[in-house]
Design a protein around this ligand. Structure first.
Ligand SMILES: Cc1cc2nc3c(=O)[nH]c(=O)nc-3n(C[C@H](O)[C@H](O)[C@H](O)COP(=O)(O)OP(=O)(O)OC[C@H]3O[C@@H](n4cnc5c(N)ncnc54)[C@H](O)[C@@H]3O)c2cc1C
Length: 239
């Protein structure tokens, strides 16, 4: 993990030229930093707030949002999401755990119970895990979900999914990237781009919010991983 001098050490890197400068310390930026650092590239990750302070700490905490892609009939991406979830359940049990869910389907719902049942049947088949979804009996509903309204309940379906503390997961990826040599710098806001005479981006102008110092950073490649702020960053960089 990070040691007391990690910020100072990382800041020293800013005096130099880096291979990859990544804007945004969410899960996307941290993942890119990890990949780049593992390839031996001199990498810096710049985040204006704290690591995972954007949407990466505000998700539903379900790994890949559970059933949502299936509802949109995106079978390929659902299968990929299930596989990655299962891999994470095996590789990262300290970060990702299994959660039991109950889906109550009421008469007159826009998505009828039989369709949810069918969707969960498909969801079962997209994963290699042994647990399969099932319909709860009235007795089980009373025991497992006593607060559930049962009048006009068509069926209650039990299934399992993967859940994580999203901010902790993002931090773990950032820490791993750092352990491979990436400079991970929170409280660094990207303000502008450095350009050569042909107008090509050659780096970034970054404000250190700890001391309001603006520092130029030369980079061979700049990656915009600012999530919902991607367009705002593009605007700042004049793209
Ligand atoms: C309500 C909700 C529920 C969700 N549920 C799920 C779910 O269940 N499962 C799932 O897999 N996904 C879910 N998501 C989506 C998931 O949270 C996002 O896809 C993911 O967090 C995006 O990560 P990111 O790194 O692209 O963006 P972010 O985490 O937002 O990171 C972008 C970072 O860029 C930084 N930044 C912006 N401008 C600058 C600048 N000028 N200089 C430096 N840094 C800057 C920001 O501070 C921010 O930290 C959900 C999202 C929301 C909002």
């Amino acid at each position: 993990m990070f040691h007391p001098g990690w910020r100072d050490n990382s800041l020293k890197m800013l005096d130099n030229h880096v291979d990859v400068a990544i804007i945004g310390g969410g899960i996307t930026g941290c993942g890119i930093a990890l990949d780049a650092a593992q390839r031996g590239l001199k990498t810096v990750l710049l985040e204006r707030g704290d690591i995972a302070s954007g949407t990466s700490s505000r998700s539903s905490k379900l790994i890949h949002g559970g059933l949502r892609y299936l509802k949109q009939m995106q079978f390929r991406i659902t299968r990929l999401a299930c596989r990655e979830r299962d891999r994470m359940l095996t590789l990262d049990p300290h970060l990702v755990r299994s959660i039991n869910c109950v889906y109550p389907a009421y008469q007159g719902d826009r998505t009828p119970g039989w369709q949810v049942d069918l969707g969960l049947w498909m969801y079962d088949r997209l994963t290699g895990r042994p647990e399969k979804h099932r319909q709860l009996t009235r007795k089980e509903i009373a025991e497992l979900a006593p607060g559930l309204r049962t009048d006009e309940l068509d069926r209650a379906l039990a299934y399992t999914d993967g859940v994580a503390d999203d901010a902790r997961l993002t931090w773990a990826v950032a820490a791993t990237a750092h352990s491979y040599g990436a400079a991970v710098l929170p409280r660094m806001e990207v303000e502008d781009a450095l350009r050569n005479t042909e107008g090509r981006i050659t780096g970034l102008l970054v404000r250190d919010l700890e001391n309001e110092r603006v520092v130029p950073l030369e980079a061979r490649v700049v990656i915009n991983a600012a999530g919902v702020w991607t367009d705002a960053v593009r605007f700042r960089l004049g793209l």
